[in-house]
Design a binder for this molecule. Sequence first.
Ligand SMILES: Cc1cc2nc3c(=O)[nH]c(=O)nc-3n(C[C@H](O)[C@H](O)[C@H](O)COP(=O)(O)OP(=O)(O)OC[C@H]3O[C@@H](n4cnc5c(N)ncnc54)[C@H](O)[C@@H]3O)c2cc1C
Length: 453
Amino acid sequence: MSHSTASRVALVAVVGAGPAGIYATRKLTEAGHAVVLLNRDVRPGGLAEYGIYFNKYSMKAGLRKQFRKILETRSVHYVGNTTVGTDADISLAQMRELLRPDAIVIAAGAQGTKRLAIPGESATGVIHAKELVYHYNGLPPFSERAMPVGNNVIVVGIGNVMVDVAHYLIHELRVHSCTALARRGPGQRAYTNAEIKAVSANIDADSLAAEIARIGPQLLAAGEDPQGLLAELLRFRDEPPPEGSSPTRLRFRFLSQPVAIIVDAFGAVAGARVERTRLDRRGDELLARGTGVYDDLAADTVILAIGDRADARLGLPFAGSAYVTRPSEDPVNPGDEAYQCYDPAAAAVLPGVFVAGWSRRASEGLVGKARQDGERAAAVVNRYLSGVAPASADPNERVKALRDELTRQGRRVVTFDDVLRLQAREAAEAERRGREYFRFATNAEMLAAATPN
Ligand SMILES: Cc1cc2nc3c(=O)[nH]c(=O)nc-3n(C[C@H](O)[C@H](O)[C@H](O)COP(=O)(O)OP(=O)(O)OC[C@H]3O[C@@H](n4cnc5c(N)ncnc54)[C@H](O)[C@@H]3O)c2cc1C
């Protein structure tokens, strides 16, 4: 009895084949477990495919190569084009029933939308950055929708996603102006030097100098150095723009928080009303505090690059912007509990259900961080599985039961062989067109290219 239990292979269902889910898969298979990876998108990679800016070809190709090695492992079963959740292709409960997984890892990224909760937010011309990013990176259904952007755009946020959006507005759409709107000051910008270089040549230096002069007294009051910050912001401005010149003026508006979207008589964006803020020191941090002074900024499009939240419709207890995890006695350095899903109503962990990557901490960090988080989650799962007897049925049979049921329901379940066929056809198409890279942007085209002749 103990011999047969020890020789059984546990099956882990990983929901989401982005970096967190894929790197978790590697650690799980290295521990001897089988993994079934259910992924909403046809192709694996998540934001490594559909978030990272499209011209970072070598970075994307490098990640694709690593992912391929993991997904080609014999004990890994890829089930693409399959969304898990309430109102989706398969619910968590159905998935559990068909697969009888020994553990589940939710690595579905942050698919929910964060809102500002201000008047006018649903006006035509308010766009969430993720929708635009998915659109220009070719992810259906966003790639199949028109996403009209005007000529004078405010981008709310001052992180790398704002820079990627500005990059697209400057070099692809060549809009007239793009204004990054930040609640705090230039010293609290969250974007990195590596990213801002792509758009620095477009910074409107006169307008930036005027903006720093406008907020100079507040910066000085908070112990900041206005002229030093101005020099930092302009550091890469005179470097030749890697993608050639563009007429777009990139501007910044600091110490200002949006309080309403201004909407015209046709329900379209006409601007943003902002409240001026000042910086208040709290320990090591400088926080923004409203001052009760308001300004109206004209714009025809407002793009919200304020981060995302996990998808509340997955069917797990949800609070704030994430799935609920087991409360920790040490919130600064939590242990395994930070990865264990928890039902607050029952005051109990959901046995065998874990969470990783941006599903655990929405919009936090780059691929390296998602990888680290996926690997940490896998270590927690491996510890958990060392204490439970795996289900007796063969993992291959259980995966087949899931695939058969999805197919019976009319789903075109995508295998990793399908993905390889799709990638080969896209590579051939790129060559035919003399382009560095090409990919199909509709599910119909992708599925046709993935299907053997
Ligand atoms: C605009 C932008 C640019 C970025 N640029 C860079 C960069 O240049 N360099 C860098 O290192 N990092 C970059 N990042 C960050 C990086 O992409 C993330 O850190 C990383 O992808 C997060 O990994 P994840 O696996 O947690 O989530 P994701 O990458 O979001 O993967 C989630 C996966 O889950 C699947 N999924 C979602 N919902 C479901 C469901 N209900 N059922 C089944 N499957 C589901 C999705 O199809 C997806 O494959 C960028 C992020 C963004 C938003």
